[in-house]
Design a protein around this ligand. Structure first.
Ligand code: FCB
Length: 466
């Protein structure tokens, strides 16, 4: 399919009334204020301060100073016309040690943030966990430990009790795949463990935390508040029509997608995933009743999509991996353009993914909670930031969103990743995903061309397809 297939004679692709236009961020990536007002350390503070873990030794100590500049940033959101803002709450601001006493100043901060959003008519979409586990919980075993799930439910209930009357959409976890498999498998993310069995345990405890968190939220939120989870689902495609490529795709799909989707939406772990990883773990961390807890109904599924994944079978690799049971699966580089992350630009992956969700897990409303691209943006002499590749990327993906809605998929909104350039985890500040440029030395914000373009899209509630 070429992008031309979306062409409607140069006309406008209009979105349904009430379609949610948002932008997303995460606490550790933007807030800074690492020790402000009683915040405790998280695993990302520890990890980023460990030499060699993050490019350039960058940390989130200051980030883009959003902790102090949130009013300026919300004014920017209002200028763009956003109908919603997806942000995450820093757990160690609320419970510095991850359990027990609540730090009032931390809760007060998020209350001010939410109230400021509401004052501008912007819907707050709150993620409870975007990877910043309180370090004390990691010291006690982190996501490898079952008790961490119970601690998460306690945290969920604290935040839900305080902000439930003002936040209409709640997300338990952002991308548990990354937390489990980059954090405990490949070691590329905090806390940096490289143990495949532990990564599977962590995945289960994250899912359990989600289920317990949903129940905790339901018991404190007012009727009508919605609860969701956000997954980074992989659009996995076999690199060739061969049976071995199909086998690679099945196996990877298991530990990338179905390991989360099936217990969340179908009542239990997929048999083939348990079998494929059977030499690594006996799965005895799954206790009777856990799958029912994980399957607690949700109102909406958040989907983060950036790039497709092309696979085949090849020579088995050894060493740390984010893909347990997939040592002989190889990733094939798709020809064509890529972003500054090296991620292939191909909106067809999003179309495949949405159709698959619609068919295999029907009836669940969806929201694109992250989509975007990093490029090497610079402020030009005339003060503009010209990012035509980002505009093209966003436009192509929004065309797929539009097409999916037309095809009958219940897709309620779209959040650009990200509002601001920010701390891109192990890449530090070297990758710019924002539609707003940030000069890290001065904290000056400049709308990139893509921000101006997005504002026009929001205003028109549609994209013009020339
Ligand atoms: C996602 C993360 C988000 C950001 C983007 C680029 O995996 O949820 O924080 O890093 O990727």
């Amino acid at each position: 399919m070429s992008t031309q297939e979306y062409s409607v004679n140069g006309s406008r692709l209009s979105f349904p009334a009430g379609f949610v236009w948002g932008a997303a961020t995460a606490a550790y990536q933007i807030e800074g204020g690492a020790t402000a007002d009683g915040r405790g350390p998280s695993i990302w503070d520890t990890f980023s301060h460990t030499p060699g873990k993050v490019v350039g030794g960058d940390t989130g100590d200051v980030a883009v100073d959003h902790y102090r500049q949130f009013r300026t940033d919300i004014a920017l959101m209002a200028e763009l016309g956003l109908s919603a803002y997806r942000f995450s709450v820093s757990w160690p601001r609320i419970q510095p040690g991850g359990r027990g006493p609540v730090n009032a100043a931390g809760l007060d901060y998020y209350e001010r943030l939410v109230d400021e959003l509401l004052r501008h008519g912007i819907m707050p979409v709150l993620t409870l966990y975007h990877w910043d586990l309180p370090q004390e919980l990691e010291d006690a075993g982190g996501w490898g430990e079952r008790d961490t799930a119970a601690r998460f439910a306690e945290f969920a209930s604290v935040v839900g009790t305080r902000l439930g009357d003002r936040v209409p959409l709640w997300t338990t976890l952002n991308e548990p795949w990354c937390s489990a498999f980059l954090g405990y498998g490949s070691g590329e993310h905090a806390p940096g463990h490289t143990d495949p069995a532990l990564s599977l345990r962590a995945a289960h405890h994250l899912l359990l935390a989600h289920g317990l968190g949903v129940a905790a939220l339901r018991s404190v939120l007012p009727a009508g508040a919605e609860v969701s989870i956000t997954l980074n689902l992989h659009a996995i495609m076999p690199a060739s029509p061969s049976p071995s490529a199909a086998e690679a795709a099945r196996r990877l799909d298991g530990v990338a997608n179905r390991i989360f989707l099936d217990p969340l939406l179908r009542g239990g772990y997929p048999f083939d995933v348990v079998r494929d990883t059977g030499s690594l773990t006996d799965w005895s961390f799954v206790r009777a009743g856990d799958e029912a807890v994980i399957g607690e109904p949700i109102d909406l599924l958040g989907v983060n999509y950036y790039a497709p994944t092309l696979v085949d079978l090849g020579e088995p690799r050894s060493g740390p991996t984010a893909w347990p049971g997939c040592d002989d699966v190889v990733f094939v580089r798709q020809p064509g353009p890529a972003t500054a992350m090296g991620w292939t630009i191909d909106a067809r992956g999003l179309r495949t993914l949405l159709l698959r969700l619609h068919e295999d897990y029907p009836g669940l409303p969806l929201m694109i909670t992250e989509n975007g691209a990093a490029f090497d943006d610079r402020v030009q002499a005339d003060g503009a930031v010209r990012d035509p590749e980002r505009i093209a990327y966003l436009r192509d993906h929004l065309a797929v969103v539009h097409e999916s809605i037309e095809a009958g998929i219940d897709l309620r909104g779209y959040f650009v990743w990200s509002l601001l350039d920010n701390f891109e985890w192990a890449f530090g500040y070297t990758k710019r995903f924002g539609i707003v440029h940030v000069d890290y030395a001065t904290q000056r914000r400049v709308l990139k061309d893509s921000a101006h373009w997005y504002r026009a899209v929001i205003r028109a509630n549609g994209i013009d397809w020339a």
